[in-house]
Ligand binder design. Structure first.
Ligand code: FNR
Length: 181
């Protein structure tokens, strides 16, 4: 059975997207395991001069975990209709590695927002970068959780909206099949 890793595009302690990411292991099909990658906040700003001195440990650790996994699930907010800088920065580092970890890797994208669109526009910008990285990005069904503040129990950090839970479970089942094909 496949093992997936999650990459979170938010640094916020109470992140809605982190609540979604945290719900995934329980919503995955039986036998599928899902663990979280390190925080994108641990990755320094991309700088080719820093790269020339050696790869940051946060980058190599993240890359190793992605290579070892059968797929990666990116869960992220949308910032100004696009990909948050901290997430893009981590992807930029990973993309420079000799054994580029996204190459041919199954990728699932999820987003959540208090807004009605659920971060949909971020997903399409992220897909554009993943084309260059030659990732194998899952298409449908798409998970874009709008009005997320009404679908979680914030103090408990739990996704409580049953419709959303069912839909995500359906997507994870389809992604597990896709990743093993
Ligand atoms: C936002 N937010 C936002 N929401 C959205 O749906 N579309 C957008 O383009 C933006 N743009 C945006 C820019 C910046 C700089 C911030 C800080 C926020 C709101 C965003 O969805 C909200 O803050 C979420 O709570 C962020 O996700 P996490 O951190 O809760 O996972």
């Amino acid at each position: 059975m496949p093992h997936f890793v999650t990459l979170l595009g938010s640094l916020r302690k109470g992140s809605y997207n982190n609540i979604i990411a945290g719900a995934l292991p329980a919503l995955a099909p039986e036998g599928v395991t899902i663990t979280a990658l390190g925080s994108v906040g641990a990755v320094p700003h991309y700088d080719a001069d820093v790269q020339a001195q050696g790869w940051p440990q946060a980058v190599t650790a993240m890359a190793g975990a992605i290579r070892a996994a059968d797929g990666i699930i990116i869960v992220s907010p949308e910032y100004n209709y696009s990909v948050p800088g901290v997430l893009k920065n981590a992807i930029d580092w990973l993309s420079r590695l000799p054994e580029q970890p996204f190459k041919h890797k199954p990728v699932l994208i999820q987003s959540a927002s208090p807004g009605a669109m659920g971060g949909a526009r971020m997903q399409y910008h992220l897909r554009q970068s993943l084309v260059f990285l030659d990732a194998r990005v899952f298409n449908v069904p798409e998970v874009m959780v709008g009005a997320v503040h009404n679908k979680v129990n914030e103090p408990a950090g739990e996704l409580i909206d049953q419709g959303t839970r069912d839909f995500i479970a359906k997507q994870l089942t389809a992604f597990a099949t896709f990743a093993q094909a």
